[in-house]
Design a binder for this molecule. Structure first.
Ligand code: NAD
Length: 339
């Protein structure tokens, strides 16, 4: 295991968003003193800004900005991407594909700057969609990305960026790490506006129904789609462990839970947390993604002797409580995450 020193410069791209913001918080909390956080959003729109962290607002799709971003960096974490739930990635495939510019610029700049390690946030959307046509899926293992038939747009960008990471190691010796995230959720994530993912959307809809007294909920698809969901604290711990494992160089690895749940059952869970029962309607024409997707954690357990382990119910209770506070604050005219 190779670890940076506490005064080495850690660069985190996409840090105005959900996961990279939480990662900056983690590295700050465990004692790193030089963290540079970057996002193209203006600073007031960042989901969190960690005290003592250097925050830069710039577009890493521009080569000069990527070069500036990684100056003196020991480690670079690329979590910057145009990204959202199914509603976003099915409708904005060009935007998703254009995230290739960020990784292409950043990995080259990191290599030229002599960074020691580079992390790329890939996705379960890189997996072959032909293997995900049944809600009772076989969990996806790392080799299931090939033969390739990734999710249109977003998934192909991830797969090609993974390949950049593999070849920068093979040809140029830059130590790269690649994690395929499976549906990360938790407080301080996107919770309204069209980019939110299912767990946050469900919480918001249940809270809204309770608040308005209109005791109904609309579900995208027929509710039988299955997924696994990984809590944010597990995700950032997993990123740290993966980045610093010598066995995982240029080797994609799942970062998710294997606790599979149908969307209908997720709604029931959120109803229970909120203490309400709602009348359900199903929008069969809405974006719903693949029929089933789960993470096979055999590999991560064998390498790290660890896997994400926050029970969904516990993580959803915390997420619900956070979104409820956000909802109330917004209603009261206060500023909330994403404003
Ligand atoms: P997010 O949207 O909250 O954060 C991504 C951030 O990247 C945003 O703040 C955005 O402004 C920034 N960004 C986009 N393009 C940029 C650019 N050109 N220059 C600088 N910043 C830019 O999303 P997230 O959920 O935190 O996801 C982080 C990473 O993890 C992304 O690469 C995403 O594809 C990947 N991922 C997330 C999930 C999930 O469930 N959240 C699942 C699989 C993979």
């Amino acid at each position: 295991m190779s670890k940076p020193n506490k005064d080495d410069l850690i660069v985190i791209a996409g840090a105005g968003g959900f996961i990279a913001g939480a990662l900056a918080r983690r590295f700050h909390d465990v004692g790193f003193t030089r963290i540079r956080a970057i996002d193209r959003k203006p600073l007031p729109q960042w989901y969190q800004r960690v005290p003592g962290v250097e925050n830069l607002s710039m577009d890493l799709g521009e080569k000069e900005n990527a070069i500036r971003a990684v100056e003196d960096a020991t480690e670079v974490y690329n979590l910057a991407a145009d990204m959202g739930g199914m509603g976003f990635i099915e409708h904005f495939r060009v935007e998703c594909l254009r995230s290739i510019l960020v990784n292409t610029n950043l990995i080259d700049a990191a290599w030229r700057a002599g960074a020691e390690r580079y992390f790329f946030s890939s996705s379960a959307c890189a997996y072959n969609t032909d293997l995900q046509k049944d809600p009772n899926v076989r969990a996806l293992k790392e080799s299931d990305a090939y033969p390739a038939m990734a999710e249109r747009g977003y998934g192909w960008e991830k797969l090609i960026s993974e390949m950049f990471c593999q070849e920068y190691w093979a040809e140029r010796g830059l130590e790269t790490k690649i994690a395929r995230f499976h549906n990360i959720y938790g407080p301080l994530g996107t919770w309204f506006g069209g980019r939110e993912k299912a767990p946050a959307a469900m919480c918001r809809k249940v809270i809204e129904a309770k608040d308005t007294g209109k005791l109904e909920i609309e579900i995208w698809g027929d509710g039988s789609q299955t997924r696994s969901f990984c809590y944010i604290d597990d995700c950032v711990l997993g990123i740290d462990l993966i980045m610093h494992s010598d066995q995982l160089i240029a080797t994609p690895i799942n970062l998710g839970t294997s606790e599979l749940i149908a969307i209908d059952d997720l709604v029931t869970m959120v109803e229970e947390i909120g203490g309400v029962r709602l009348k359900r309607t199903y929008d069969l024409g809405a974006p719903k993604g693949v029929a089933g997707r789960n993470s096979d954690n055999t590999f991560i357990k064998s390498v790290l002797d660890w896997e994400p382990n926050t029970p969904l119910r516990a993580g959803m209770a915390k997420t619900y409580a956070w979104i409820e506070r956000q909802y109330q604050d917004r209603k009261a005219g206060k500023r909330v995450v994403q404003d």
